[in-house]
Ligand binder design. Sequence first.
Ligand code: BG6
Ligand code: MG
Length: 227
Amino acid sequence: MAASQIQAFIFDLDGVITDTAEYHYLAWKKLAEELNIPFDRAFNETLKGVSRMDSLMKILNHVEPAPAFSAEELAHLAARKNRYYVELIQQITPQDLLPGIEVLLKDIKDRGIRIGLASASKNAMFVINKLGIACYFDEIVDAAQIKNGKPDPEIFLTAAKQLGSDPAVCVGIEDAEAGIRAIKSAGMFAVGVGTPDQMQEADYRVNGTAELAYPQIESAFFLKRKG
Ligand code: BG6
Ligand code: MG
C-alpha cells in the first residue's frame, strides 16, 4: 500500500458509532438539576468528548460561586452520574448503531484498512460489546489507558501507534469539538459529524453518520494532501 493512502481509521464512540452522547447528556442533566445547576444542550456541547471528572468540574464551574466539594465528594458525584449513565446503556442492542456505521466499518475492513477506537469513556468496551461490533476493531484505546484526555492528541496517537500507522495517513472521526482538536493536533485527517458551527476545524464534515462513505472521505483526504 502506497504511503499516501489511508492506512487506518480511528473512530470516536459516543455520538459517532451510537447515540450514547444523548445518554451522557441525560445523566449529567439529572445530576446538575439535583445540584441546582442550570444545564442545557448548548452547554452540553462543551462536555462532548471530555472525561468524566473534567466534565463534572466544568459543570460545577458553570455557576458563580462554584460549589465547593472535597475530593471524596467529587468522586461520589462522578460515580453518581456514572450510575445514571450505566443504567441507560443497559438497553443498548445492535439496533442502536447509528445509520451507515456498520456499512462503513465493513467497507473499510474489506479494503484491508485497519480500524481503531479512541474513546474517552471508561464504559467503551461495555457499549462496543452491547452493539456487537468488537470484531471490526484491530485496536481499542479507552480512557483507562491514557493520561491526557481530548483535546490532547494522546488517545489518537496511542491508537495510531498500536495500529502501526503513521498519523499522517490516519483518519479520525469525531462528533465533539474537543475530539476534532485532538485529531488535528495528532496530525491526522479529521472527519466531523455535526453542524458547520460545531465542526469548524474538521477537514471534512457531514451532518449525520448516514452521510459517511469511504469514497467521499478518501477524495477529501487526497484533496487535502494535494493542496
Ligand atoms: C466521552 C463522552 O466519549 O466519554 C463524554 O463524549 C464522557 O461525554 C466521556 O464524559 C467519559 O465517559 P465515561 O463513560 O468514562 O464517564
Ligand atoms: Mg463523541
